[in-house]
Ligand binder design. Structure first.
Ligand code: ADP
Ligand code: MG
Length: 713
């Protein structure tokens, strides 16, 4: 039914143009489709069955059907709205068609006596069935019916199904879809050949089970999803074996060395989880292959000390260690903490930040280059060109999800000499569900701290409508006057933009930033809360991304020391900030934050022995997902559960951030549903690389083309 009547005026969308003046882009490109494979893999969302004609007498309410009938009457009615009414008939049964949007010539086109082929959804009307806005065209009963179900593709404004169908069909005709995967593999996994799968998906014969097609569980769908996951797993395994060919400096553990002295100096004993992670890392560091490991664990679980022990092992072997953190505040906190632990043991520490004065910076650069500083801590200033190390042996990246691939790579590229690479340890407090970890970080070793140190109080989380804002303020006032310390987090103004992070923000330049309005919100809240505290107004501090680094550091120090008790802040505090005495967290407009962000923010409290609370303020109207997020926050404080929930609510791409997830490639497989396929693809990738390397290469070429850079990191 591709020669349908012209689209009614309402549906005519102006061609979308990038930036107004730019040259119009082809419809394919607007959908991101360029090669024949792109089109072949642009798969239908659902189908309509136009292969059969249903007699009007057999129509069923709500079930889309195709009817062949003759017009008996067409009239233009001008009631409150102009309506075109067309009555059609087959074998004596009647059907009313109604159009609210139409061209004037339609009345003539659908004149009595005309034979029409009509597709629409029958509804019960006053006089039998009617269809509102069916798709119609003039056609005699002798006109052929299609042999296959009609695909409905994902499309954008102004891109017609007819155009897409033609473009896809043409691409399929040109496509070289010879099978490249070994027959025994497909047989074992019960997957059809790719040519057959594509044919079935784009033009299914009417006897295929529609439900399986639309729910994407049909073997043809599974073949496509499997291929996609296979490509990803192949690429990761190849990256891994490339890495195995690289060399790093082995760093044996030394009895009685720096590691032992640091352990002895710590004010606490390691938890079992921490000790296990330390041991895994210690083994990696002794190898001649570069470590490539992710240390994950919920906020506040104690990753820093694990990283410090890794640093100690490297330094003990005469190497330098670099630590990069995404924000000034966090980097400064690491400096304070690690320098506090390691300097007394004779370790030289250098500090690099974008906010530094030139003179100071040069002195620090010299200390890094000479090797005088064994530990270099900073923001992304650490990876700038000017920074040189004498003997970089270990690179630590904190909150790695805040950095792009290129940034992690350039830290690693700071390694010097004899083609040795530094070992790499990345840390994240955004726990990654297992499935996702496997799909995205298949080539990464993972250490997990599953349990936080003992003695922590769970954070009690309550959710309030902002109509109760006054009551919440009074509660905060009481607690602060009792001597408790609290954060008051101001609303995110640009909901899609995670934070303003000062000059240390790793994602700078990734889009419009909400700095200005967020700043205003923070200033307002600060004034309001100072007023609330009256005579005690001095204990209300303010922290936002636009403040100079030195001032930020001063404010954090005042808060940590208890001179400030209520800290009004933008999301600059989201990541890593550690002030164990803070026990109350208030988040305004919590509905604007993502789940992992809320969890991160909440993680700023409950770090000490005091029972902690988190108060989430929201304003109506709440979207369904926002409601689900707040509900989840109320119900659990387990980061892994929340991460899983986030995955359900948002899908994997967003969870990891488009930039580094590499999931742009995952168009078809759904990690929530296709876990079994992922496992199969993982095994298949290994055996394919071993036994059919040519097929592996061909497969990758088809699926990933050139876009594989992200895999290198
Ligand atoms: P994160 O994993 O979020 O980076 P941190 O490393 O900042 O967490 O640790 C959070 C807090 O827990 C810090 O104050 C740290 O000193 C403390 N901590 C870490 N390990 C232990 C432990 N084994 N026992 C007690 N406190 C610990
Ligand atoms: Mg941390």
């Amino acid at each position: 039914m591709s020669a349908a009547a012209p689209a009614p005026p309402r549906k005519r969308a102006a061609p979308a143009r990038a930036g107004g003046q730019a040259a119009p882009v082809s419809p394919g490109e607007r959908l991101g489709l360029r090669s024949d494979w792109d089109f072949a893999l642009h798969l239908p969302l659902h189908y309509v069955d136009e292969t059969r004609i249903t007699p009007i007498a057999e129509l069923r309410e709500g079930r889309v059907a195709v009817v062949q009938a003759r017009v008996v009457q067409a009239e233009l009615m001008a009631a409150r709205r102009r309506v075109l009414r067309v009555s059609v008939e087959d074998e004596g049964a009647r059907l009313e068609l109604r159009f609210f949007h139409f061209y004037p010539n339609w009345a003539r086109q659908y004149a009595p006596g005309k034979e029409l082929r009509i597709r629409g959804e029958p509804r019960r009307g006053l006089f039998g069935f009617e269809m509102v806005h069916p798709v119609c065209r003039v056609a005699t009963p002798a006109d052929a019916l299609p042999q296959s179900l009609t695909p409905i593709y994902p499309a954008g404004a102004g891109i017609s199904q007819a155009w897409l169908r033609k473009a896809v069909a043409a691409a399929l005709r040109r496509l070289d879809a010879r099978e490249w995967l070994p027959a025994e593999l497909l047989e074992r996994l019960r997957l059809p050949p790719i040519a057959q799968a594509l044919q079935q998906l784009h033009a299914p014969p009417p006897e295929l089970p529609l439900e399986q097609l639309e729910q994407r569980s049909h073997p043809a769908w599974r073949r496509v999803k499997f291929d996609e996951l296979l490509a990803q797993q192949l690429a990761q395994q190849m990256a891994r074996s490339r890495r195995a060919e690289q060399r790093a400096w082995p760093m044996p553990e030394r009895g009685g060395g720096l590691v032992q002295r640091l352990l002895a100096a710590l004010p606490f004993a390691l938890t079992a989880d921490q000790a296990a992670c330390v041991a895994e890392i210690a083994v990696d560091l002794q190898r001649e292959q570069p470590m490539h490991r992710l240390l994950q664990g919920d906020v506040g679980c104690g990753k820093t000390v694990v990283a410090a022990l890794a640093a100690a092992q490297a330094i003990d072997n005469g190497f330098q260690c670099a630590l990069m953190a995404p924000t000034d505040i966090l980097a400064a906190q690491h400096l304070q903490r690690l320098a506090g632990w390691l300097q007394p043991l004779g370790v030289g520490v250098a500090w690099l930040s974008g906010a530094q004065r030139k003179r100071e910076r040069e002195a620090e650069l010299a200390r890094a280059a000479s090797g005088e500083a064994a530990l270099v801590i900073g923001t992304h200033a650490v990876i700038q060109d000017k920074v040189q190390f004498a003997r970089l042996g270990l690179a630590l990246v904190d909150e790695q999800h805040r950095f792009g691939v290129a940034q992690r790579l350039s830290l690693r590229a700071k390694g010097t000499g004899e083609q040795r690479q530094p070992h790499l340890l990345m840390m994240t407090a955004t726990p990654i569900p297992r499935t996702l970890a496997m799909a995205v970080f298949g080539d990464l070793d993972i250490s997990t701290i599953a349990h936080s140190p003992p003695g922590r109080q769970p954070v009690r989380t309550r959710v309030f409508s902002d109509q109760r804002r006054e009551a919440v303020k009074q509660r905060v006032r009481e607690l602060v006057l009792q001597g408790r310390q609290a954060y008051w987090v101001c609303p995110l103004i640009e909901p899609s933009e995670p934070s303003e992070g000062g000059e240390g923000a790793a994602q700078a330049g990734s889009g419009p930033r909400g700095g200005q309005p967020e700043l205003r919100a923070a200033l307002d809240a600060h004034a309001e809360l100072q007023e609330l505290l009256g005579a005690q107004a001095d204990c209300v501090g303010l922290l936002h991304g636009r403040m100079p680094a030195a001032l930020k550091a001063q404010v954090m120090a005042d808060f940590a020391a208890g001179r400030l008790r209520l800290l009004v802040a933008t999301t600059v505090i989201e990541v890593g900030v550690d002030v164990p005495s803070a026990s109350l967290m208030v988040i305004e407009h919590a509905e604007r934050f993502g789940l992992s962000q809320l969890h991160q923010l909440r993680g700023r409290v409950g770090r000490g022995s005091q029972a902690a609370q988190c108060l989430l303020l929201f304003s109506e109207p709440l979207s369904q997902t926002a409601r689900a997020r707040l509900q989840a926050m109320h119900e659990t404080s387990d980061g892994f559960v929340l991460a899983q929930k986030d995955l359900e609510l948002r899908g994997p791409g967003e969870l990891l951030g488009q930039r580094q997830s590499g999931l742009q490639g995952l168009r078809h497989a759904d990690l929530r549903e296709d876990e079994d396929l992922l496992e199969l693809a993982r095994e298949a990738a290994a055996s394919l690389l071993r036994e059919h390397p040519q097929a592996a290469r061909e497969h990758l070429q088809r699926w990933l083309g050139g876009g594989m850079d992200w895999l290198a990191a």
